[in-house]
Design a protein around this ligand. Structure first.
Ligand SMILES: [Zn+2]
Length: 188
């Protein structure tokens, strides 16, 4: 192996090492800033749902520092030219304002109003739990516009996915549901 090849290999190894070293904060920024978040709009003081441009934050983190910019807001496109001051709230605590975490925290320690099974925090692989509205209809939390969730959580009650499916079926096809009384012999 000539000295030139050896130097070339060392240079390539250093470049790969440097790339990996810089890629780590980039990947961390991407996964840290993706997802829908709830913020209080500094202009209207209302809850709004926003998305940070996570790809851009990742490139920024790869080069030096993550640069935060909004990709979407529930007040857009009307207020698309706003100063994006709400980004400060995300910078202070990116985890706390994540919709997934807010919803997960609300369900934690709560039980289904129908079957009383504990629902607990959210899991990505599970079916989404649901909500019971004051008019006694059920809906999945994902069907609610994210910026309305804090208000919905004040008026709705937790329902597990199984009971939501059963209740929806009962509501949509009342003619197919038989509310059979339990036979005494079957109760032990
Ligand atoms: Zn249930």
């Amino acid at each position: 192996m000539t000295v030139t090849v050896l130097i070339a290999l060392v240079v390539v190894a250093l470049a790969v090492g440097l790339f990996v070293f810089r890629a780590i904060p980039g990947v961390r920024a991407y996964f840290g800033y993706r997802g829908k978040r709830l913020i209080t709009c500094p202009e209207t003081h209302t809850t709004e749902a926003v998305d940070v441009a996570a790809g851009e934050a990742a490139v920024g983190a790869f080069l030096s520092e993550p640069t935060l910019r909004l990709k979407e807001c529930s007040r857009w496109p009307e207020r698309q030219d706003c100063g994006q001051e709400c980004l400060q709230q995300i910078e202070i605590d990116p985890e706390k304002c994540l919709v997934w975490n807010i919803v997960s925290k609300w369900y934690e320690g709560k039980s289904c109003v129908f079957c009383h099974k504990p629902i607990g925090p959210l899991h990505h692989v599970d079916h989404a739990p649901a909500l019971l509205a004051p008019d006694h209809t059920t809906l999945e939390w994902k069907q609610v516009r994210p910026e309305q969730l804090p208000e919905i959580f004040r008026t709705h009650r937790p329902v597990c996915w199984n009971c939501h499916v059963a209740e929806s079926f009962r509501r949509l096809h009342p003619e197919l549901v038989v509310n059979r009384e339990l036979e005494p012999k079957r109760i032990r």
